[in-house]
Design a protein around this ligand. Structure first.
Ligand code: PGA
Length: 249
């Protein structure tokens, strides 16, 4: 009942020269059976949307400001992302939480702005290696979920991405049991807070060193509805391998 979602996060990578990868991606997946999303840098959002439009592949932002407009040099509002063609926005990625000191409260305010403007918020949660080694993973994730997710969330406007910080860009991946434990925990928390109907309809993505070679086994884990992919989304051939694995999961 939940539509699968393969989401690519280009982070601070890519200029106009990279748009060829998106043309290649839309040629490889002209009529996908799952939802595909690409989040390029904001400078490419509009052109990426044009390159992916024929295949019905969506584009999204990597962050937005909580305010609608105003004196916030360098920031982008949710309405601006929507105006540029975005349907989704990634919020509370660990790189934003670390590099920009984003708290759960800040992420929740951004998510409210995104939802108010018709965007689907992909809210990221995840533990550090120290937290996992201290057996604090579920406490940390539970706190991030209650602090970062707004009350107005539904299965349409919210996606949750579990991204262990130690697995991002490192080539290290949790065991399938570890992924399953966290995803089952997130599902239970969402059901408890929002009721079974909404709680069961929110899509849960795994993120952190997903590659074509490990995608199929990760997509076999319960409550994994797709992936948030960094490095392997930069090349059409790699992202395509992940998309194909999700289509056949
Ligand atoms: P990675 O990044 O796939 O390069 O590990 C994932 C992410 O940060 O979303």
């Amino acid at each position: 009942m939940r539509r699968k979602l393969a989401a690519g996060n280009w982070k601070m990578n890519g200029t106009g020269a990279a748009l060829g990868e998106l043309q290649a991606l839309s040629q490889l997946h002209p009529s996908p059976r799952i939802d595909i999303l690409l989040c390029p840098p904001a400078t490419l959002l509009h052109r990426a949307g044009q390159a992916l439009e024929s295949a019905g592949i969506s584009v999204g932002g990597q962050d937005c400001h909580a305010q609608a407009s105003g004196a916030h040099t360098g920031d982008i509002s949710a309405e601006m992302l929507k105006d540029a063609g975005a349907e989704y926005v990634i919020l509370g990625h660990s790189e934003r939480r670390q590099d920009h000191g984003e708290s759960d409260d800040a992420v929740r305010a951004k998510a409210r702005a995104a939802m108010d403007n018709g965007l689907t918020a992909i809210i990221c949660v995840g533990e550090s290696l120290e937290q996992r080694e201290a057996a604090n993973t579920l406490d940390i994730i539970g706190g991030q979920l209650s602090g970062s997710i707004p009350d107005q969330s539904t299965g349409e406007n919210l996606v949750v991405a579990y991204e262990p910080i130690w697995a991002i860009g490192t080539g290290k991946v949790p065991t399938l049991d570890q992924i399953g434990d966290v995803h089952d925990f997130i599902r239970a928390r969402l059901e408890r807070r929002f009721g079974e109907g909404v709680g069961r309809s929110v899509r849960l993505l795994y993120g952190g060193s997903v590659k074509p070679s490990n995608a199929a086994e990760i997509f076999g884990v319960s409550n994994v509805d797709g992936a948030l992919v960094g490095g392997a989304s930069l090349k059409a051939a790699d992202f395509s391998g992940i998309i194909t694995a999700l289509e056949s999961a």
